[in-house]
Design a binder for this molecule. Sequence first.
Ligand code: MG
Length: 402
Amino acid sequence: MNLNQAIYQMENSAKIKNIAVLGSTGSIGTQTLDIIERHPQLYRATVLSAGRQVDKLIEQCKRVHPDVAIIADHKAYSTLAEALQPLGITCMCGEDSMCEAVSADNVDMVLTATVGYSGLAPTVAAIESGKDIALANKETLVVAGEYITGLLKDSSTRIYPVDSEHSAIYQCLVGEDHEMVDSLLITASGGPFRTWEKERIAKATASDALKHPNWSMGAKITIDSATMMNKAFELIEARWLFDIAPERIHAVVHPQSIIHSMVQFKDGAIKAQLGVPDMHLPIAYALGCAERMQNAERPLSLKDMALLTLEKPDTERFPCLTLADTAMARGGNTACVINAANEIAVDLFLKGKLSFYNIYELIMRTLQEVSFISTPDYQDYVNTNAEARRVALTIAESGKIS
Ligand code: MG
């Protein structure tokens, strides 16, 4: 930062929003820092956290100078501290330190872009300390939607979705009467296997599944996208974010990923939000608490919109999609079990130890074996997550699925 920038920042510090970026080295985290760095008059990243990528975290911290840097991996702590403490950056490690950091006074908003279950604890900490949340970690609402919604009732925290589909629905609902909403239509690209026969999908490898046609994302979500588990999660996420009955939330396949999602109203109207497949707009919209930012992303051209198609999803070839119905119909800790088993299954698939359809089988088998809890509290979610992971690993290692 040069002197002019420093003076400008001091004069405008009252207007600057301090952001904790959890998962800063991932795809969403990197794009969030890109927006923050381009708008120093609006935002400052005060906390950065990463899972394992310590070198990338160090490089980011040297660039944006947060107050606090966190690495989840304990083994990487000394590397982090050696590089950053001389710069006056407080270094922490372990997932618990994310909760401590987001609750501190130097944070106005928490962007949660960690992967999977790890987003739950810091999200709860953010709500308990009244911080606004830009929610990119969908698993938080999937795992514990009912619990989180309960916490929000007694909190000043507002949640702004970063997921492109949910951002689209949020934008479509601005100014509308909730009572007049008929249904939510959540679009899905269909992933890399949309046009493949079932027999061919059965033999798909991790590298086939990692070739997403439209979006560039991390490995976990790209595999979830190929199985359509990601879409099942998004249906559940929408159920809690928008307080809509499960039977009024539908997935629709839209291979071009231009229509980000739609809302159908009771008068018959459908509103949609369209844009290029780029996360800058939904991130900027969430950081701004639903205020629009000029030039957030490249505008759509007529060519982009020339061919937009919609298809019904095929649950025969993509059975993971049906897990949304299972989770929402059974409720309780069901979605938490599904999420945990899926995290284990995706990890094993990426390592070449499970086949593509084994992912669904392993989730179903785990569901049968983990005890059902109808009204879980926070500790029940923690226990369910641990139990489901253990059960899923045991089943996978026993070789009982093939
Ligand atoms: Mg999405």
